[in-house]
Design a protein around this ligand. Sequence first.
Ligand code: SF4
Length: 484
Amino acid sequence: MYHVSDVLKYGFCPKLFWAIRQEGSKSPQKFIQMNASLSDILVKKVGLTDVFESYRSIDPAVVKEGLLTKKAVVNGRFEHHSLRVKIPLVHLTQDGLDVYFTTLSSNAKVEDQRYLSMHIWVLESLGYPIHQIKVLSFNPDYIRGEELDIESCFLLRDTFIRQNGKPAGNITSVLLSHKFDFSETLTGMDEVMENEAMKMTIDQCPALNRCDHFESCFQNQYELDQNSIFFLTQSAQKRNFINEGILKLNQVPLERLEGTPLQFAQLMADRNGGLFADRVVLKHWLSGLSQPLIFMDFEWDTHGIPPYKGMKPLDVLCFQYSLHLLRDQDLAHYEFLESGDCRERFIQSLISNTPKEGSVLAYNAFGAESIRLRELGDQFPQYKEELDQIIDRMVDLAVLFTEGIVYLSAMKGSFTLKNIIQTINPELNYASLSIGHGLEAVKHYRTLVNNDDEDEIKEALLKYCKMDTLAMVEILSWLNTIVA
Ligand code: SF4
């Protein structure tokens, strides 16, 4: 028996589907915190009171019976041709079946069409005529007051929306007029599962080296050393190069490259012993920094349902910061970590520990920390001016690497802070910490309240966030040595 996620994996790469089925799947870490059941909310929103509640291991025949007697089933499991789907709510009306899905997003995205189609295909194959299809989404315009108005927090959508925000048609019409038949796909999946040693060629691999299974798929066929063509960035020709046997960066015909600054940096680093730096630009960038230097990093959790006043659905709550302050040669450290509604104390602490002058460095500052400060300023307008002053002094350390101003071959085309610091100073190693990345930090933070190990978890979280700002201090010091 397969689930929708199996079909999606198979569609991406049959070998990936095969490998995960062999190993057994690990539940992914939930990125969005939900402290209520979406299906319960859905039942209220649709206005139903008497429903049949389905469960994980239920026999689909029992669900069918439940639908006939109660006319509505929550989280019903339906099965056809080895595909088992779970549907948040179905309601049998005189006109046919009303089908309700949920999404952890503010819109019913048209990109989900194939995913939803699988469910509809199963229902129709079982002989249920579909009357209408709707999707429960978050209401992006809802702002929580003192009390949560759960009904207003959600909207029942009947229209698909494109990524650019434009409507992409009525959900029911789109899904009922563009039908997919998944029988062939499921038969293909059966065939793959019968394969004892599933093999793929590099040409069939959709992910190249960006897949955890790369080593096992292409063992001994390709070297992934730092000079490998697999790490070439922004190249539409990369797959062709590999197929043509051009496997090293120094073999790439320059006339077939797009010639982006990052590609130039990669090729130059490869030629020059592993380091490229545009020293003129770097020197100019460094000279633009003003003292003292403030290194800033936040951790936050994303809440589907706004937990506190002034928050919207899918807002984030900053629960931790680390701040290193470098004044001449003196390095000081400040930090904050709290649970609950700590937003105002977070702001007050940050403002009091951030000097009124000096550059504020963050990694990916404008995709993360500056957005968080703007959100906090909107929620607490009394601090907006001071928070805006911090934003105005923000400098993004990541651009030096993502724009190809500095490149180390050992980075192997990865521009994360963790990868870069491990390249520059392997002693600053996140692997030595009990919390090694942001999602893990959030997972632990969620367990803080009423936990006997609260002190231990706090200590691990503090060490992790401190490592991020310390890494930035170290990177800046290394950059200075390049232009010295
Ligand atoms: S490395 Fe490529 S072929 Fe192998 S599982 Fe991943 S995506 Fe599929």
